[in-house]
Design a binder for this molecule. Structure first.
Ligand SMILES: [Zn+2]
Length: 311
């Protein structure tokens, strides 16, 4: 057993025991600094564990473990591997890299050193080649300027064009306490709304506000209201119980804006939807009662807060 290798990416790392526990602290140039329990450490030594997901973990760790190293355990590891909030498209990764450079610049025009061999997880690239591809797009489009430094490092600064693109993104994002709930409007769903969605979102552990546009009919006026309301929300919950077209419409708007969408569905309806419907690629929270919905939603939102770049 080699203790000098990062248990996640396998590269050379510094590993120290954190007394009086048997947890270890890992300092890896690729994954950053994090802590890991002995149980999980043993699990990770098997290369089959988390196969094809280790890049997600590296990305998470580089993106969240800034001040205080997180402790990874066998219980919480799945939270860190949840795909929500991971930049999906090349454009998402471009924006993420721009904002990475900006956050690390002490002043406008400051240079930030990036090493593609070590820093590729900061935008959830799978390897340094993908990362270099993203960097080259930024460079070729004059969003950044670069100055070769030593050992495959380059010092980058944001150009005026880069700052402009960044300010477009920040204007799109609003620090909002509203959560849009897209759902079937029917008296049968009243309890799910009151006890499930609303109580979860407004629970003291979450502290946000639940919003819904209270009409089933999609008149032009309602559409305007929805289109105005969704961009003001932090994320959206789409409950697909009853398979209402309005729910997909609203979720589509949110997705287009880069907002997170949490999918939910009553267990009763799950079988019916799983056949003919294109959101199967997203995991759904399946609930059997409003109370169950509430608890599952709180857990999900807490995970989102911890892991999503878009939260
Ligand atoms: Zn590592």
């Amino acid at each position: 057993m080699n203790r000098d290798k990062c248990p996640n990416c396998g590269e050379i790392a510094r590993i120290e025991l954190i007394g009086p526990t048997i947890d270890r602290e890992v300092e890896c140039a690729i994954c950053g600094t994090f802590r890991v329990t002995e149980d999980l450490l043993f699990r990770l030594e098997d290369p089959k564990e988390l196969a094809n997901k280790r890049w997600i973990l590296s990305g998470r760790l580089r993106n969240i473990a800034a001040d205080k190293p997180v402790l990874l355990t066998t219980e919480n590891i799945d939270k860190f591997l949840d795909q929500s909030g991971i930049p999906q498209t090349v454009n998402d990764k471009i924006d993420m890299l721009l904002s990475y450079i900006e956050k690390r610049s002490k002043f406008a025009g400051d240079k930030v050193r990036i090493n593609s061999i070590m820093d590729y997880p900061v935008v959830y690239s799978r390897n340094s080649s993908e990362f270099e591809y993203i960097i080259n797009i930024l460079y070729d489009n004059k969003l950044i300027d670069g100055y070769r430094s030593k050992e495959r490092s380059t010092d980058y600064l944001l150009t005026y064009k880069g700052y402009n693109r960044l300010s477009d993104i920040t204007h799109r994002k609003i620090e909002s306490d509203k959560v849009f709930v897209a759902m079937w409007f029917d008296p049968k769903m009243d309890e799910a709304w009151k006890t499930g969605f609303k109580q979860a979102i407004e629970d003291e552990r979450i502290g946000l506000r639940a919003i819904r546009v209270d009409k089933e009919q999609f008149t032009e006026k309602i559409c305007d209201k929805i289109e105005a309301e969704i961009p003001k929300c932090r994320f959206l919950i789409a409950d697909v119980t009853r398979f209402r077209s309005g729910v997909f419409y609203e979720a589509g708007i949110a997705k287009g804006l880069g907002l997170e969408v949490i999918w939910t569905c009553s267990k009763e309806w799950e079988k019916k939807i799983s056949k003919h419907f294109d959101t199967r690629q997203y995991p759904h929270i399946l609930w059997d009662s409003p109370e169950d919905l509430k608890e599952q939603l709180i857990t999900k939102i807490e995970a989102l807060r911890l892991t999503s770049v878009n939260y």
